[in-house]
Design a protein around this ligand. Sequence first.
Ligand code: NAD
Length: 254
Amino acid sequence: MNERVLITGGASGIGLGLAKRFAARGDRVAICDADGAAVARVRAEHPAFIAAQADVTDETQMEAFFADVERAWGGVDVVCANAGTGGPAGRIEDLKYDAWRACLDVNLSGTFLTCRWAARVMRAQGSGLIVITSSTAGLFGYPLRAPYAAAKWGLVGLTKTLAMELGPVGVRVNALAPGAVEGDRMDRVVAMEAAAGGKSEDEVRAQYVKGVSLRSWVNVDDLADMALFLASPAANKISGQVLAVDGHTETLVP
Ligand code: NAD
């Protein structure tokens, strides 16, 4: 395809999975990530990628990363605003304000900065696709995870609004809503929720499957399949949508 694809939080998990799949179909890939060691691994394993250590909440670092990408490519075709963090788990009356703010900063404000740059570039070129990673937590109430759910619902508002602002100039904006994805991150989330809810990790894992019609977790390639579809000509009339890749979540209530 030879498209120019930028992915935030691209040094591990879903972001790295997307990066590999876009690269495998012949696209140029740029990733940024706050984790310097993970970025170094990406540089070693994928020398063709542009890979920068940059925190999506740091305007200066992000401006520098975006400027490098613009200098190298002169534009961008696909931006995956993927960087996110799980935030704290607990009853709202016990949550710390700092933890709330940190969760909103990465998931919501970091995505704002990424989309602001993408919109400037894509409006000027009259084309482009933005894919924002929300979550099934952006579609349902999610007990004990209020900051994360609030941030991911916020991303749905951002998606719908940017699709309206940018649609007239030929830019599509959609959100991905992954269910529980097999991998390190969900291992950490399960451990955190088990501790917060006084349950075993096995009980928490069973809860996730029980609330899903297909009774299964999702894997990174399921999400990459959807991202590649959105970036294909077959999806050229799809904008403003929140596309759940989750086996059909019925509830996040334990
Ligand atoms: P992950 O923790 O494996 O990867 C996230 C990456 O983002 C990491 O490399 C991390 O270093 C990076 N990152 C975190 N904060 C950052 C920041 N401030 N600036 C730049 N990079 C930062 O998690 P993942 O599962 O790959 O999650 C990717 C996205 O998918 C997130 O937005 C997450 O909320 C969302 N999501 C994940 C799941 C799941 O089950 N894993 C489910 C629904 C939604």
